[in-house]
Design a protein around this ligand. Sequence first.
Ligand code: IPM
Ligand code: MG
Length: 356
Amino acid sequence: MNKNILIVPGDGIGQEVTAVGKRVLDRIAEKFGHAFTYDEALIGHVAIEATGSPLPDETLAKMKASDAVLFGAVGHPKYDNDPSAKVRPEQGLLKMRKELGLYANLRPIKLFDELLGASSIRPEILRGADILFFRELTGDIYFGEKGRKNDGATAYDVAEYSRHEVERIARKAFEAARTRRKKLCSVDKANVLETSRLWREVIQKVALEYPDVEVEYQFVDATAMLLIKDPKKFDVVVTANLFGDILTDEASQIAGSMGMLASASIGDGTGVYEPIHGSAHDITGKGVANPLASILSAALLLDISFGLKAEADAVIAAVDAVLKAGYRTRDIADAHTPQEKILGTSAMGDQVIANL
Ligand code: IPM
Ligand code: MG
């Protein structure tokens, strides 16, 4: 198979982890006889520094022209405590999602058995947890009208959803539930929000087309509690943009660390694959970041954008083997297991590649 993949490392540890993800893709191409060609482009803080824009036109054009994008992270601490900054790295990410029509963000929460001890949640509660989140990605309070009024003394962000937006993500989530344990949990705040009432109405309607899928409705606050109390009860979860952002960071603890979680953003055109973690400037340049989320994002890319299921499974099996052999990055180390071998970013990549 001939494919061109755009590498968009972005900021902070995005550079270090996508470099490893790309090496794993290269190894897969070699092993399975594919020809992957690569290009690279800027986004986020590094793009602002180089061009003034967090998503240069050239990057967007390259994304649209590529078969898939392997993405790192965006963000820089200098903006976090500067609420008045007009140009921000995250604007690049949001514009990319909108421009590429990436309305469905898949975040699989799967615990590798070897990491049972790395989580702060008790192993007997975690064992067997396997959740697939569908986070809506191009609507909600992220993209509604926002601004200031009363001479800047009052601020607002409008949350908005149309039937069409809910329907298309609902269908993707129901289809996925069909291939899994056939359970779907729709998360909203329908006791308070009008957007959530529309959300629930649409899910109820789409559910009629999937009588084989068992549907449950939960409020977002209760879901935050249930994820920790009984993560095994969830199979597929579908939710709005902001709720999904928050719940998936929480759910990352079910997988042991944010450093383990991959995501796929899909929709109308090119798919984008990225870790759910951020740019992590506190550890940038130290060579200690966990590359497994980027490697597992590469696996999602192979599976979803290229339909290369065997190749994707090979990557996941290699990660599993490396963990079984006791290799860990710092973030997934378990103080109670002294026989673990702690590796840096690149060495962890070497181990996964050696297992391929
Ligand atoms: C994510 C991130 C982004 C989001 C930020 C960086 C804008 O937290 O992808 O989850 O809120 O969507
Ligand atoms: Mg987030």
